[in-house]
Design a protein around this ligand. Structure first.
Ligand code: PXP
Length: 255
């Protein structure tokens, strides 16, 4: 299970004052020291947190790999093709949203066509591609038809649900992850995962990569980035022993 640490919110704090601290690049190095397998950043069209310069410097500095999240805006796709991160994850983006609110709507012909163009360009530049999708079989089929290397399953519904609903969402993630693997897609997951809710998701054997940001950056305020990442890594490593059959997992009271 690879842990990619999303450091967008380090840049959010910096942009609150438009100064040069805290520096996401220095934080990325600390995340790597804590055991991150890679660093994720979302270069949004409105540049509300991560800036172009951050991406350039991260690509020069990071020793693991950079997963660049982006929408299909031609200008950002151009930049990604020029910078060639290890992986590009295509996500939906709306200016009004606080954070990414759901997976790509692959059933929408305009979205599908825009993705076809972006994927062709990214693949031509030698960038591994992933699509952020809701955990549904038809999203996997469309991702496969589009030729993506991977899907990232949106775990927001799971994270927001409680009790029995959360158990259902977990079972759905486990089923769709298995289907994705059987189709030959690499399966990633992320959004809304925390130290409290990550273990059952990390125990799903078909999921090979998690993208986690807000919870790790929040914890880092108290214990520092290196330790925050190390703690998350430890949870991921213990997950298969804590939850041996994720689809049958019963949430503890209050979870
Ligand atoms: N994956 C994707 C595609 C995202 O857009 C985000 C949020 O930027 C994350 C994972 C990380 O979500 P969180 O910050 O809630 O851990």
């Amino acid at each position: 299970m690879r842990l990619y640490v999303n450091i967008d919110h380090v840049a959010t704090v910096r942009q609150a004052r438009r100064t040069d601290e805290p520096d996401p690049v220095r934080v990325a190095v600390l995340a790597e020291l804590g055991g991150a397998h890679g660093i994720t950043v979302h270069l949004r069209e409105d540049r509300r947190h991560i800036q172009d310069r951050d991406v350039r410097l991260l690509l020069e500095t990071v020793r693991t790999g950079v997963n660049l999240e982006l929408a299909t805006h031609p200008e950002i796709v151009d930049l990604a093709c020029q910078l060639r991160p290890m992986q590009a994850t295509l996500v939906p983006e709306r200016r009004q949203e606080i954070t990414t609110e759901g997976g790509l709507d692959l059933g929408n012909p305009d979205v599908y066509r825009a993705l076809e163009g972006a994927l062709e360009r990214l693949k031509g530049a030698g960038v591994r591609t992933s699509l952020f999708v809701d955990p549904q079989t038809r999203s996997l089929e469309r991702a496969l038809a589009l030729g993506a290397d991977a899907v990232e399953l949106h775990t927001g519904e799971y994270a927001n649900a409680r009790g029995g609903r959360r158990r259902e969402e977990l079972a759905r993630l486990a089923r769709v992850a298995q289907e994705g693997r059987e189709m030959g897609l690499a399966v990633h997951a992320g959004h809304g995962l925390t130290y409290e809710n990550v273990v059952p998701v990390a125990a799903i054997p078909q999921i090979e990569e998690l993208n986690i940001g807000h919870s790790i950056v929040s914890r880092a305020l108290f214990v520092g980035m290196e330790r925050a990442v190390r703690e998350m890594r430890e949870l991921l490593e213990r997950a298969p022993t804590l939850v041996p059959r994720p689809g049958e997992w019963v949430p503890p009271v209050g979870f």
